[in-house]
Write a protein that binds this ligand. Structure first.
Ligand SMILES: O=C([C@H](O)CO)[C@H](O)[C@H](O)COP(=O)(O)O
Length: 184
């Protein structure tokens, strides 16, 4: 297959996969963000890149949001929400963080291919993305390697959450540009 063919297949996989996300659970995540005092997003590797993109947009809509692990990230408290994106739901550092977030009493959202994973079971809100996770090998769910389909779906889901938040707050893109970095 040529690159254009692969691009089409990736887009088709993404459409098939994101169509299966449960909208009621997604709405719970949006409402959890609306209620939270601070928002923390965690993810390892490529899932972590998606966390950074999500937090950037949350900053643009005026939320007090942080990427877990950055030096400027403050402490998690009971009124906060902890969102963890993990395809496998078993990444050790993320499982340890999720346990800590649970002990603090923060609301936990897990975005994962496996709601029955260690991270999934600890969550209050479980967003299942039925993609191939990194350790699954050739599952038949994707032509792409490793967790690529999950990681792409994660970004699309995070962007959809931002749009839903903008709907609820009546926010427009031009207001968000007012908060865009001007030292770049
Ligand atoms: O970077 C990753 C890897 O390249 C898989 O495609 C993963 O996102 C990283 O290893 C974290 O794994 P998960 O917690 O299972 O998402």
């Amino acid at each position: 297959m040529n690159t254009a063919g692969y691009t089409d297949e990736i887009l088709a996989e993404l459409k098939r996969t994101t169509a299966l996300i449960d909208d009621e659970e997604a709405e719970k995540a949006v409402d959890g963000i609306l209620r939270a005092k601070k928002i923390f997003v965690a993810g390892g590797g490529r899932s972590g890149f998606m966390a950074k993109a999500f937090v950037m947009r949350m900053m643009h809509v005026g939320l007090d949001a942080y990427v877990v692990g950055e030096t400027v990230t403050p402490n998690l408290e009971v009124d906060d929400i902890f969102i963890v994106g993990s395809g496998s739901g078993e990444t050790q550092s993320l499982a340890a963080m999720t346990k800590k977030a649970k002990s603090i009493g923060a609301t936990i959202v897990a975005v994962t291919t496996n709601p029955e994973s260690t991270i999934g079971k600890l969550a209050d809100i479980r967003i299942e993305i039925p993609a191939q996770a990194k350790g699954e090998g050739t599952s038949g769910k994707s032509i792409q390697p490793m967790g690529s389909l999950f990681e792409q779906s994660l970004l699309v889901f995070y962007d959809a959450v931002i749009l839903r938040f903008m709907d609820k707050k009546g926010l427009k893109s031009d207001v968000m540009y007012g908060r865009h970095a001007n030292l770049e």
